[in-house]
Design a protein around this ligand. Structure first.
Ligand code: ADP
Ligand code: MG
Length: 361
């Protein structure tokens, strides 16, 4: 089911200040896909999710789920949470410790007073789906973090919602388990005909899990796109910076010719893919460390070549994360684990024009 959000605003008053938790959010969340709201802590993700669910009443705007308007300030509509037919998974799973797995999952159906045999068969079905068959009688407290997460998912799915919402559901798991659960969740969700709205501040999680990502900042959606679009072709400096490590270098655009923009920066001239920013204006040159190629001396001097000195090297396993000093600027690069370079060595690096991205400030 598609979710349409129009002109949504939610302001909080705190110690005499007004906090714009949602500052005119307009958004269409496509049907039967995984849509992630990604942004730093405090940008309004939870407020937006809670507004969709009906746990929060916004100040202005409209929310439509499928064909039903569930919230409208101008039409004075407020459909309560339990009538919105949504499933929700929270950060702190909200698994009840005094109940066993079966009763935790059956709760939404028991609440709706559904027939006993329907509850039984439906719980078995979702338990099978989340691969917890045989766990019915296990006390919820005797489950691992990953299993609790799956119980929470099963409970959110048991009433067959058309939309499921997640608020940072993996943030309490350790790194390895988080990675596994992420993969598992993606395969569970893509198997279902369901619209998933997922909230996280973790960029890798967003990239790995989503069909589409909406990047939020200060109560606004800044940019929406598929993971690769957001990663490789962000339009805003904030997005480029938030979605991955990047060198962000102030640039001014000199000329545009044949699909390329030539820019000047404090580390030299660069030929970049033309992203439609006009000649004469200023922009930010965004270069991801993984696209900086440290050239060997024999090669002919490639386009966008820069000379510098190795400033720092940190070995992180697969590669060295290194900084190259050019004039007064440090450029982050990745060097192969078996590099012969060490700090203080002079180097030349280059970046292909298609990897020199211009974004707005
Ligand atoms: P996120 O989930 O992205 O971390 P939230 O939606 O929780 O952000 O919060 C957005 C902003 O609104 C933050 O500045 C937060 O402090 C503020 N806020 C959230 N809930 C309340 C509340 N009940 N009262 C006052 N301020 C709130
Ligand atoms: Mg939150």
């Amino acid at each position: 089911m598609e979710i349409r959000i129009t002109g949504l605003k939610k302001y909080y008053k705190s110690e005499g200040n007004v906090i714009k938790a949602l500052d005119d959010v307009n958004l269409v969340i496509p049907s039967n896909r995984i849509f992630t709201l990604l942004g730093p802590s405090g940008c309004g993700k939870t407020t937006l999710l809670r507004s969709i669910v009906g746990l929060e009443a916004p100040d202005e705007g409209e929310i439509q789920i499928g064909d039903t308007v569930v919230w409208s300030s101008s039409k004075n509509i407020f459909v309560p949470t339990e009538k919105r037919a949504l499933g929700m998974v929270f950060q702190t799973y909200a698994i009840w410790p005094h109940m066993n797995v079966f009763n935790n999952i059956a709760y939404p159906l028991q609440n709706q007073k559904r027939p006993k045999d329907e509850i039984e068969s439906r719980v078995r079905e979702v338990l099978k789906f989340v691969q917890l068959e045989g766990f019915e009688k296990r006390p919820a407290t005797r489950l691992s973090g990953g299993q609790q997460q799956r119980v929470a998912l099963a409970r959110a799915l048991v009433a067959k919602p058309k939309v499921i919402l997640f608020d940072e559901p993996l943030s309490n798991l350790d790194a390895k388990l988080r990675e596994e659960t992420r993969k598992e969740l993606r395969s569970f969700l893509t198997e279902l005909e369901i619209t998933a709205v997922y909230v996280t501040h973790d960029r890798v999680e967003a990239l790995a899990l989503s069909d589409n990502i909406g990047v939020m900042r200060s109560g606004k959606i800044i940019e929406i796109g598929e993971p690769k679009k957001i990663y490789f072709h962000p339009e805003h400096q904030f997005v480029a910076d938030f979605i991955g490590r990047s060198n962000l270098i102030p640039a001014s655009i000199q000329c545009i010719e044949g699909g390329y923009s030539t820019v000047t920066t404090d580390i030299g001239k660069f030929v970049c893919s033309d992203t439609g920013i006009k000649a004469g204006s200023s922009a930010v040159l965004c270069i991801r460390p993984e696209f900086v190629e440290v050239a060997s001396a024999e090669e002919p001097r490639p386009v966008n070549a820069v000379e510098g000195v190795v400033h720092s090297m940190v070995f992180i396993g697969e590669v060295y994360e290194s900084e190259i000093k050019v004039n007064d600027r440090l450029v982050m690069v990745k060097l192969p684990a078996d590099t012969k370079l060490s700090s203080g060595d002079p180097v030349t690096f280059h970046v292909k024009p298609e990897h020199c991205l211009l974004v707005s400030e």
